[in-house]
Write a protein that binds this ligand. Structure first.
Ligand code: ADP
Ligand code: MG
Length: 356
């Protein structure tokens, strides 16, 4: 049994997956570059192969093929990215079927996970707790109207097809005041991702920011005030493999976004487990399992789980199709991935599939 992988050569993900294959006694996976797939190449597949699709990562060439040419650090182009990416996934799925191989994942589910509006609606319809969303907005004026109508003072505005907090805005308003916290930097020639989280506090700037993000589609939801540990807000990234929550990390931050590249740091899981209590922790895992169950064709998903102040409220803010890059993290004690990294856990979960 051999894995074939679509990913970016030199990226950590396929390297870590290959290491997991080696340590599981499996042959070296065959890697096809995303850039080749995006240019129309088909991966070499043999009957029985399992085809793993990984994130293109931060490869500028793949990015240009997905979003079109331009500065790789720019914010935006998500709608085009999504169209190109899902079309490529469709071709990969067809190649796998034609070769008698099996795509580990589901094209439609990945497409939904990469559209925060659709993913939110799917979770909500399944009764999974999510922050309430506002109806669609096409710019700042509509956003403020919707917020007023819904009585919302604090919202998260997210590009529908974003990831890694790109273009995410934590917006709070009070009479005569507005404050937008974001890692996006407004330059004369557009919006750019930066590693620094900053605040825009004039209405003209905030309006320009939201209006620049809007054409690619926005998902707006209530800002759930997050619980803190050690004076920092946190959320949880819970990896669910084969329907079971296997790995969890606490992501803490001084900012409203906890993404690790923006200065978020891993927090102590046992502190959070104690604060939640045994019942609360079990509830948190159950919510993540129910979120993953909305994507039954996905071997692995990474659930971002918000824990509200007071440690009672739980809400899923995102389900990531490629949420497993957590180097060195081993599975939850007592669970099916105890002692295993996220990649080995997926290999174990996928193996029975190919022997049946
Ligand atoms: N509704 C919300 N309330 C509070 N914090 C949120 C909310 N939505 C997202 N966040 C925070 O913002 C960050 C990014 O949001 P997320 O939905 O995961 O998008 P991305 O795809 O950019 O990671 C996360 O760290 C999360 O904790
Ligand atoms: Mg996230």
């Amino acid at each position: 049994m051999t894995f074939a992988v679509v990913g970016t050569p030199g990226d950590r993900r396929p390297a870590l997956f290959a290491a997991a294959c080696r340590s599981s006694g499996l042959p070296e996976p065959r890697l096809t570059a995303w850039t080749d797939v995006l240019r129309g190449a088909e991966p070499v597949l043999r009957p029985g192969d399992l085809l793993r699709v990984d994130s293109p990562g931060e490869d500028p060439e793949a990015d240009a093929l997905l979003r079109g040419p331009g500065e790789p650090s720019r914010v935006g182009g998500g709608a085009r990215w999504h169209r190109t990416f899902t079309a490529a996934l469709g071709r990969l799925s067809a190649s796998a079927s034609a070769a008698g191989a099996r795509l580990l994942g589901d094209v439609e589910e990945i497409a939904v996970m990469f559209d925060k509006r659709l993913a939110h609606a799917r979770l909500r319809a399944a009764g999974v707790p999510v922050p309430p969303a506002l109806p669609q907005v096409d710019g700042y004026a509509a956003l403020r109207e919707r917020m007023d109508a819904a009585g919302e003072r604090r919202v998260f505005v997210k590009p529908a097809h974003g990831s890694s907090a790109s273009g995410v805005v934590a917006l709070q308003t009070a009479p005569g005041r507005v404050r937008a916290v974001t890692s996006a930097f407004m330059a004369k020639d557009g919006l750019f991702n930066s590693l620094r989280v900053r605040a825009y506090e004039t209405e003209a700037e905030v309006a320009a920011l939201i209006d620049a993000l809007a054409p690619d589609g926005l998902h707006v939801e209530r800002w759930l005030p997050k619980a803190t540990v050690g004076g920092r807000v946190f959320d949880l990234r819970v990896v669910v493999v084969g329907g079971e929550p296997t790995h969890a990390v606490v992501r803490t931050s001084r900012h409203p976004m906890t993404n690790l590249h923006l200065g978020g740091t891993r927090g102590d899981l046992s502190t959070v487990q104690r604060a939640l209590g045994a019942d609360g922790w079990q509830r948190a895992l159950d919510v993540c399992a129910r979120a993953a169950a909305c994507f039954p064709g996905s071997l692995m998903v990474g659930v971002d789980l918000l824990v509200g102040q007071g440690m009672k409220r739980l809400a899923v803010c995102e389900v990531n199709a490629f949420g497993d890059l957590l180097p060195g993290l081993t599975g939850l004690p007592g669970g099916p991935a105890e002692g295993l990294d996220t990649y080995t856990a997926q290999i174990r979960a996928a193996l029975p599939v190919c022997t049946t």
